[in-house]
Design a protein around this ligand. Structure first.
Ligand code: PMP
Length: 375
């Protein structure tokens, strides 16, 4: 049996997908070529790309007036590609950012290179919520408190802070916040395909693949078409949404193998019953883990319960001197990559789509046993 892999990304992929890719590695569907060896404009790869795009559209019920683009550069490049494409819309060169952790801070910093990127709200200070003091970056600012400029080209937030384990998925309607003309943009990298997306709220969603959707190397951008075609003159042509959308993600050579694997993952998700079925499983998995953490005096989860991530659960041993022993024994028990990000410390269990309840239960059993021996 393979070990349970709790990596935050690149992370576990469904075994069925890996096995299919292995079986097709040297000869895809009898054509005598590996997908890696095919022209991106040949009929075989065109079929792979079209199916991947259609399956993604179907899985997320992407509206017809949204483009589905496959790009390169990861979410980090997208942090620049986004302002380069959107900030010039309306001419104000302004955008507003909600800061909720490391990833949204990086997005904001990158955007400052291109224009006036302001902070609409931040959870970077401690806050008292429901009578309890929350540490910085363990809560999410209420939308009613966001300071959004009416002439901002967009408002950006990170839907799931992979490092902090803060997930904000009850996206507000920008009209009810008094800024109907400001499109909501979401970095959904680490909860993409783990739950449905409400496109009546989000005008543009982007996500690197290497958590729930496939290997690193492809970024998915789902963008309302009226946001396309406003790139700043300095925007590289390969990163201009008008070029990428206009050429159906074939403006230049796309990351063909990563798209192929993502396509296999999309088909796997369909076989699981789609995104709604995975969401149900993700709720059950995360609830089991957080319920165990909350019921224990030995471990501690610090994120406010309302915004705890279903995908990434950071947790701490109250006696941090046991961290090394915990990680070594976890690895011997087949529970891999549980070390928390260095900026947060402690542990982090990433429990993406491909990590089943069985894996979460194996983790909880190990933690119980570790607690029994050291508690
Ligand atoms: N945003 C989020 C939420 C992420 O989790 C990550 C990667 N872990 C990134 C952006 C950056 O992605 P990449 O390294 O692919 O550029």
């Amino acid at each position: 049996m393979r070990p349970w892999n709790f990596s935050a990304g690149p992370s576990a992929l469904p075994l069925e997908v890996l096995q299919q890719a292995a079986a097709e590695m040297t000869d895809w569907h009898g054509c005598g070529m590996s997908v890696m060896e095919m022209s991106h404009r040949g009929k075989q790869f065109m079929q792979i790309a079209q199916e991947a795009q259609a399956d993604l559209r179907e899985l997320l019920a992407v509206p017809d007036d949204y483009s589905v683009m496959f790009m390169q550069g990861g979410a980090t490049a997208e942090n620049a590609i986004l302002p380069l494409n959107l900030m010039g819309r309306g001419g104000a060169l302004k955008a507003d950012y909600v800061l909720s952790g490391i990833w949204s801070n990086k997005s904001h910093k990158e955007a400052q290179r291109y224009g006036d990127a302001a902070v609409a709200a931040s959870s970077g200070a401690a806050a008292v919520i429901d009578g309890v003091t929350q540490d910085p970056w363990t809560w999410f600012p209420e939308p009613e408190q966001w300071r959004i400029r009416a002439d901002a080209a967009y408002l950006h937030l990170c839907g799931n802070e992979t490092i902090g384990g803060v997930e904000f998925a009850t996206w507000p309607d920008m009209a009810t916040l008094g800024v109907p003309n400001v499109p909501l943009v979401v970095d959904a990298s680490s909860h993409f395909l783990s739950r449905p997306i409400d496109f009546s709220k989000a005008a543009l969603v982007y996500a690197g693949a290497q958590k729930n959707a496939g290997p690193a190397g492809v970024t998915m951008v789902l963008a309302r078409r009226d946001l396309i075609g406003h790139a700043l003159p300095a925007c590289p042509s390969a990163f201009d949404y008008a070029n990428v959308d206009g050429a159906n993600s074939m403006f230049n050579t796309p990351p063909t193998y990563a798209m192929y694997i993502a396509g296999l993952v999309f088909k796997w998700i369909k076989r699981q019953g789609g995104v709604a079925a995975l969401e149900k499983a993700n709720i059950a998995k995360s609830q089991a883990l957080y319920a165990y953490l909350d019921g224990s005096d030995f471990y501690l989860a610090r994120v406010h319960p309302k915004v705890r991530s279903r995908m990434n659960a950071p947790f701490f041993l109250r006696d941090e001197s046991l961290n090394g022993e915990f990680l070594a024994q976890a690895e011997s028990a087949g529970l891999m990559q549980l070390k928390g990000h260095k900026s947060v410390g402690g542990m982090r269990a990433s429990i993406y789509n491909a990590l089943p309840m069985e894996g979460v239960q194996a983790l909880i059993s190990f933690m119980q046993e570790f607690e029994r021996r050291h508690g």
